[in-house]
Design a protein around this ligand. Structure first.
Ligand SMILES: Nc1ncnc2c1ncn2[C@@H]1O[C@H](COP(=O)(O)OP(=O)(O)O)[C@@H](O)[C@H]1O
Ligand SMILES: [Mg+2]
Length: 283
């Protein structure tokens, strides 16, 4: 069917925000021919041989309004899952659905309207605070910007800046603290009010006071929307409705924080390595 004649699901209004991965296989690249056919290839079991698979049959279902946390070692495929959900890449096999609709059947503009992105490295450009929140879109009223900023308690720090919302932000936000940049990214996401939020949490820590502000802001941001989050904060994984523990491109374990701790497997080891430190720091 030609693109123009396809029905446009979800075109009127906001998605509910159910996110489903169905047996998703993904590779960024093909293997060199000799690796694919030779003994070093992946020609075993049900692993199709000639791709360098990064995800090997990932499935999950995130209910509207729930938080799904992705954890796992560096390189286990967490960011790749976010990239696929946003359709920066497409899986070679399997399907990704928003409210039961294959994301390939949604116009990209519609997908990007429903699925908001908050990145690990907050991207700020040279422009004012307000422009960084609205992405320079003059149709977003100032009132909406301020309401969003109030909701995540960023209004107070913005008002204290000499120029307030019209204060120029330096190159990459150089004149703002890391915590302030994170809050601005949350305000930006709130202004667009997507049904689904894709979050790649920052690994760099901020001071305790700012961290508390960021956590409160995050709770507000996640309220009433589905979140798929690469989680580095203990508080995010503790509150997640579902945690997927990725290992070598597959889902090794899944459950809640308490369930996975009790299993005493990979999650427990990751927790002891990565999160127990945060728990001690918070205590
Ligand atoms: N753009 C890319 N091109 C090729 N390989 C990539 C690309 N991005 C990531 N990879 C590879 O895919 C695997 C999973 O990466 P990633 O999803 O970033 O893991 P994580 O976010 O869990 O650290 C890694 O082996 C990584 O080297
Ligand atoms: Mg990553």
């Amino acid at each position: 069917m030609p693109e123009a004649e396809r029905p446009v699901p979800l075109a009127d209004g906001r998605a509910q925000g159910r996110i489903t991965f169905e047996d998703v296989w993904f590779a960024y690249e093909r293997l060199p021919a000799e690796a694919a056919s030779g003994e070093g290839g992946l020609a075993t079991g049900d692993s199709p041989p000639d791709w360098n698979w990064v995800l090997k049959g990932v499935s999950f279902d995130a209910e509207p309004g729930s938080t799904l946390a992705l954890v796992g070692h560096t390189g286990s495929g967490k960011t790749t899952i976010l990239n696929l959900l946003l359709r920066f890449y497409e899986p070679q096999r399997g399907r990704i659905l928003l409210d039961g609709v294959d994301v390939r059947d949604l116009p990209l503009t519609e997908l990007r309207r429903q699925v908001g992105l908050v990145l690990q490295d907050v991207f700020l450009f040279s422009g004012t605070v307000a422009e960084n929140i609205t992405l320079g879109d003059p149709r977003v009223p100032r009132e909406r910007v301020e309401d969003a900023a109030r909701a995540v308690d960023a209004h107070r720090f913005i008002e204290r800046l000499a120029g307030g919302y019209d204060q120029p932000v330096g190159e990459r936000g150089a004149n703002l603290s890391l915590g302030q940049r994170q809050l601005l990214a949350f305000v930006r996401a709130l202004v667009y009010d997507p049904a689904v939020l894709v979050l790649d949490e920052a690994t760099s820590s901020v001071d305790t006071e700012t961290e508390e502000a960021v956590q409160r802001a995050l709770e507000t941001l996640l309220d009433g929307r589905t979140a798929v989050a690469v989680a580095h904060r203990l508080s995010t994984v503790q509150h997640a409705d579902q945690i997927l523990v990725l290992h070598r491109g597959g889902v090794r374990e899944r459950g809640t924080h308490q369930e996975l701790l009790a299993q005493g497997g990979l999650y427990r080891r990751l927790y002891e390595l990565q999160y127990a430190e945060q728990e001690r720091a918070a205590a």
